[in-house]
Design a protein. Structure first.
Length: 281
């Protein structure tokens, strides 16, 4: 294993978002760096939408080697980079940027592989032939659709406050499987196998109004948001007696590991970080 050069300047990484102070990414990447003996620092950069392009390019000019990208910048990041990986091209959203010596900014999207790793490996779910409902139609949802549809799910329904956004995304991914978009109010039973909350409603402490028939006693409810205690979405799921209601800590850790691998060429073990975060959730 490469011993870090104690005297060398650590490589700089970070996460850009607005707001960003709630992010656990510095903690997670700090654990990864320690366990893989990588000499790096990882910081929070709070950048507003109007300053995103200018300030992010400034960070790379100042020597930053890689950035994670969170709300509300994932689609803007796809337009900023010089090159997109196939999965970021598919998503038209970027959550990881790597800066290479030849001044290329490569945009990747590790959200989908982060989510599917968490669902399959950590939660032991089999996604094949399942009916999925996804709430929301923003950059976070774009990132996960490709990898979910690759699992040969039976169908995906995207529901959103403005149905036209959901329908537009569904049309973009229609070549990958059975997928449709609708308004929250148009949802109907029978109960879905898996419901994923990709809206930012949980961060704002509210839930869209949803019909009751979509949750049954075998439904798994997964909130891509995370934080201490229950979210409005997990409370809603529990009130309807869902089989499980879980938050996106595992997705956060798994997508971070994939970002770390892109930047450093080393895949960290995610178990210690998952265990550490389980005490906070």
């Amino acid at each position: 294993m490469n011993q870090p050069n104690e005297l060398g300047t650590p490589d700089q990484y970070g996460v850009v978002g607005h707001p960003v102070e709630h992010s656990w990414s510095p903690f997670i990447h700090g654990m990864f760096a320690k366990s893989t003996a990588q000499n790096l620092v990882y910081r929070l950069f709070d950048i507003t939408a109007e300053n995103f392009r200018r300030d992010t390019l400034k960070l790379f000019a100042s020597g930053v080697r890689g950035l994670n990208v969170t709300l509300p910048h994932k689609q803007a990041a796809a337009e900023l980079v010089n090159e997109l990986t196939p999965r970021a091209t598919r998503a038209q959203a970027v959550n990881t940027i790597a800066f290479f010596e030849d001044t290329t900014l490569l945009g990747d999207n590790t959200d989908g592989v982060g989510l599917t790793s968490d669902l399959e490996r950590n939660l032991q779910l089999d996604l094949a032939d399942k009916r999925l409902l996804i709430l929301g139609a923003g950059g976070a949802v774009r990132g996960v659709l490709g990898p979910l549809l690759e699992r040969e799910v039976r169908e995906v329904v995207i529901a959103n406050r403005t149905p036209v956004k959901a329908q537009k995304i569904a049309a973009e991914f229609a070549d990958m499987g059975k997928i449709s978009g609708c308004a929250f109010s148009e949802l109907r039973g029978p109960a879905y196998d898996l419901i994923i909350n990709g809206t930012s409603a949980s961060l704002q402490g509210e839930m869209p109004l949803l019909p009751a028939g979509i949750v049954g006693d075998t439904t798994v409810c997964y909130d891509m948001a995370y934080g201490r205690g229950q979210t409005p979405f997990t409370l809603w799921a529990k009130s309807l007696h869902a089989a499980r209601a879980t938050k996106g800590w595992g997705m956060l850790v798994e997508q971070a590991a994939e970002s770390f691998y892109l930047w450093r060429g080393i895949r960290p073990n995610t178990q210690p970080a998952l265990e550490a975060l389980s005490h906070h959730s």
